[in-house]
Design a protein around this ligand. Structure first.
Ligand code: NAD
Ligand code: IPM
Ligand code: MN
Length: 366
């Protein structure tokens, strides 16, 4: 039967710690799956640590090898923000964005749910269950910029946001498809059309045009600044959100925070055509402030495995992973309530007295 060839990039900081747990869960759920599918893993040592050792960020050979896999699971890459030794490497651009761009991950899918029992920092969030469809290959991320008269008082630093009709249309269409498949059938475009008039107009016109093909989907629009208000005051109002690369980045860290912690937020960098492998990773970074302590929450990485299983056509296995996570989160809440002495706060990012590995083990044993 089928073999999923998986490229694994644990990366830096807490990356290897959370990926170890994600792989435990993946191995367990695949072994128990009636399909007989197996997973064959190739580990790639990439990231800030590799760069400091060898000077390599992402060699052509590594990229070609990764691209030959069926899917990618990534922990997080990058060092301490501002580390001068990493300035020239620019791991984020040279590795993470290089993978997203080279493998045409134009959909960056970032779901947000407040799981039962999980404490949101919002006192009354309501029933939160939305998905951000973040454009993944364009916008201000493309590196279309440059500096003039660098280091002088007359320095000019340009960073141009690139939005193509082709690129906007394909991600908007994906978002409509997704919205149409969800019970509430609602799509919100988030942009800043009042100021970013050229790209804003393209996004707005594209949404209006594609909407004609999806008469069942209700469409609305919010400026990104106003969207941050509603993320805090009424996040339950959102269903599917489509937005550009940078707005999507910022909104999804906020989404992670309101859902009970960035350690719960999963993502998929998807190439819907299947021409290239899709890449699954937590929304969070390498968290240098807590790395090596076994206190990172592996749930985001584990829920990223669920997205991977969905994309690989193993929806039942994905559902089993989400169910196990749901149970574990409810157990945590119960434990925190029962023994606040166990933990200084009820923050699910600090999973009471459990280590990263203990959380992974608990989810595997559900
Ligand atoms: P970060 O997400 O790594 O950390 C922000 C805060 O969230 C920190 O306090 C951290 O301890 C906490 N946190 C993150 N993940 C957690 C988890 N699983 N459990 C508990 N707490 C968690 O963001 P940052 O500090 O801005 O970035 C650190 C490095 O990671 C930078 O080099 C950045 O460029 C990189 N980064 C990489 C990715 C990626 O590889 N996908 C994503 C974001 C940031
Ligand atoms: C994320 C990260 C990346 C992004 C960085 C590290 C390039 O913040 O995956 O959200 O901005 O996309
Ligand atoms: Mn981010």
């Amino acid at each position: 039967s089928r073999v999923i060839r998986l490229a694994v990039i644990p990366g830096d900081g807490i990356g290897p710690e959370v990926i170890a747990e994600a792989l435990k869960v993946l191995d367990a759920v695949v072994a128990a799956d009636p399909s007989g599918v197996t997973v064959e893993k190739t580990h790639f040592s990439l990231g800030a640590a590799r760069f400091l050792e060898t000077g390599d960020v992402l060699t052509d050979a590594d990229l070609a090898s990764i691209a030959s896999h069926d899917a990618i699971l990534l922990g997080a890459v990058g060092g301490v923000p501002g580390d001068p030794r990493l300035k020239d490497a620019n791991i984020e651009r040279g590795l993470l964005l290089k993978l997203r761009f080279s493998l045409d991950h134009y959909v960056n899918l970032r779901p947000t749910t407040i799981y039962p029992g999980v404490t949101s920092p919002l006192s009354n969030p309501g029933e939160v269950d939305f998905v951000v469809v973040r454009e993944g290959t364009e916008g201000p991320y493309v590196g279309n910029g440059g500096v003039i008269r660098a280091g002088t008082p007359h320095e000019i630093a340009n960073e141009v946001s690139v939005n193509t009709a082709y690129g906007v249309e394909r991600v908007v269409r994906f978002a409509f498809e997704l919205a149409a498949s969800r019970p509430r059938k609602k799509l919100t475009l988030v942009h800043k059309t009042n100021v970013l008039v050229f790209s804003g107009s393209l996004w707005q016109r594209t949404v209006t045009a594609v909407a004609a093909d999806y008469p069942d989907v209700a469409v609305d629009y919010l400026h990104v600044d106003a969207a941050t208000i509603f993320f805090v005051t009424n996040p339950a109002k959102f269903d599917t959100i489509v937005t550009d690369n940078l707005f999507g980045d910022i909104l999804t860290d906020l989404a992670g925070a309101i859902s009970g912690g960035i350690g719960l937020a999963a993502s998929g960098n998807i190439n819907p055509s299947g021409a290239f492998p899709s890449m699954f990773e937590p929304v969070h970074g390498s968290a240098p402030d807590i790395a090596g302590q076994q206190i990172a929450d592996p749930t985001a990485a584990i829920l990223s495995v669920a997205l991977l299983l969905d994309q690989q056509g193993m929806a039942e296995a994905a559902t089993r992973v989400r169910a196990a996570v749901t149970t574990d989160l409810a157990d945590r809440a119960a434990r925190v309530a029962a023994a606040t002495a166990d933990s200084p706060s009820a923050d699910v990012d600090a999973p009471t007295a459990r280590t990263t590995a203990a959380v992974g083990d608990a989810i595997v044993s559900q």
